[in-house]
Design a protein. Sequence first.
Length: 210
Amino acid sequence: MLNGALESGEVDIYPQGKEGRAARVYCDMETDGGGWTVFQRRMNGKTDFYRTWDDYKAGFGNLSEEFWLGNELLHNLTSMGPVSLRVDMTSGNDTAYAHYASFSMASEEKNYTLTVSGYTGTAGDSMKYHNGRPFSARDKEPDPLGIHCARAYMGGWWYKNCYKANLNGVYGSNSNNQGVVWIDWKGKDSSIPLTEMKFRPSRFSPATHG
């Protein structure tokens, strides 16, 4: 956006500077002033989110449809300075969002532990439950508190015991609590058809780029 891009779409960014490797990301330039780097999207069920630790580390899917950007890149990008998180969800004619003033992910050594706080929005604060939790995938649950949540709910997430939000769950599943779920908005038996998770620098002020 600072480079003058005003349309949402795929762009190359250079987290290590121009000498480093480019990373392709999807930018949302419309929502709440724009400037968001999208790191998760569910929209049609074409991409399988029941994946391994290494899949989630590297990222997978199609940037213009369904994807997970990748935990390693998320760690790098959220470590460069304070960033805020926004989650947008649509179910039928209903839309809701959750905004978190502070969002970061620790390194792989710390199992990509989630730090999230400062909720505002209309969806309800389902992420608070996951604050401080390590990431889990189907082949790795770093700190199980009971059942193997990633296997039970067929996703990769910062499970606790087990979740209040499960946006990487089974697309379209309205049974066994395995769907794409945000409990504080639609409960646990309603799979949300459209979700996006995105972040931008906390100091970003939409007014200064209008």
